[in-house]
Design a protein around this ligand. Structure first.
Ligand code: NAP
Length: 293
């Protein structure tokens, strides 16, 4: 299956607004344009980012790119209900994968993002109360109305994806994955992506910012191991971490967290780095704190 999501890394927008850089409309416009000029055309959102404000802040800038809409890919997620001033009607943090909630959330995201459709909708977390037929009904309706093009999940374990696939095709699983968080190598998530032709996206591909916590023993081991390789591969430490993801045969798409265009371009270029298998395992060993069996 070919992905309409650009195979370059995806620009994650979680830290661009209230939860991070607090971009104003001009700053959003600048980074969207710079991404576009450098071949980064996929943007990752969720209804909840910035306490439900980031989609609208991004959308205020994105509407100025309306004539180029088909050259961009917009991803959003729904299913988490957060507490806070922007959702006073919520009395408990919870998940909601009801048909009504999925449809309403997508409608709201489209309005906020100033677009007629999402290229990809993801269910943000597995909901203990989810039923595959109900999710399938919402997704089918949204697809038939031209409001979403593709469908996937996020943070789902293989058995949860399999349950959903009883009723609907699942094309992506966006999971936490990095040299710091290697669980998906061993818990079946990546195996399932290969088996089912699903595309894995890695969130927090740099471990959610290990650079600011290098006293942590695991972070330090991994940073030291990567530093040893920067001369050999003529690149930065973060490019080594991304090259580590790119070597995996599942075809991982990193969802970048940076709000700096130069780091986004560097991440794009990391795709050309061919880590050796031995260097890949040296990094894994540093992360695990010991050899594989
Ligand atoms: N599906 C989910 O459940 C889920 C959960 C979390 C996140 N996400 C998605 O994944 C995206 C990425 O997550 P993340 O932000 O945790 O990813 P990340 O790329 O692992 O971490 C980004 C952080 O690292 C910093 N950073 C990057 N390169 C650096 C360097 N060379 N030196 C120092 N600091 C550096 C960035 O700061 P600068 O801005 O200064 O570069 C930023 O604060 C989010 O935007 C969101 O779209 C999805």
């Amino acid at each position: 299956m070919l992905s309409p999501i650009n195979q370059s890394p995806i620009a994650g927008c979680m830290r661009w607004g209230a939860w991070g850089s607090k971009f104003d409309t001009a700053a959003y416009r600048e980074i969207i344009a710079a991404c576009f000029d450098n071949g980064i055309t996929s943007f990752d959102h969720a209804d909840i980012y910035g306490d439900y404000t980031t989609e609208a802040d991004f959308g205020a800038a994105f509407k100025q790119f309306a004539t180029k809409r088909s050259s961009f890919q917009i991803i959003s997620k729904c299913g988490i209900q957060m507490l806070g001033a922007n959702r006073p009607e919520h009395s408990v943090k919870s998940y909601n994968t009801s048909k009504e909630h999925i449809i309403n959330s997508v409608e709201r995201s489209l309005k906020n993002l100033h677009t007629d459709y999402l290229d990809l909708l993801l269910i943000h977390r597995p909901d203990p109360l989810m039923h595959p037929d109900e999710i399938a009904a919402a997704v089918t309706l949204l697809k038939d109305a031209g409001k979403i093009n593709q469908f996937g999940v996020s943070n789902f374990l293989p058995h949860q994806v399999s349950m959903l696939q009883k009723s609907i095709e699942v094309e992506y699983n966006q999971i936490e994955l990095s040299i710091i968080y290697t669980e998906p190598l061993f818990n079946g998530q990546l195996d399932q992506c290969i088996e089912k032709n699903m595309i894995p996206m890695a969130w927090s591909p740099l471990g959610g910012n290990i650079f600011n916590n290098s006293v942590d023993p695991k972070n330090k081991r991994v940073l030291d191991a990567a530093k040893m390789m920067t001369e050999k591969y003529n690149c930065s430490v973060s490019a080594i971490f991304l090259a580590w993801l790119y070597l995996h045969p599942a075809g991982i798409l990193p969802v970048l967290g940076t709000s700096k265009i130069e780091r986004i371009i560097e991440a794009r270029d990391a795709k050309a780095i061919q880590l050796s298998r031995e260097d890949w395992y040296k990094l894994l060993e540093a992360s695990r704190g010991g050899q594989v069996d």
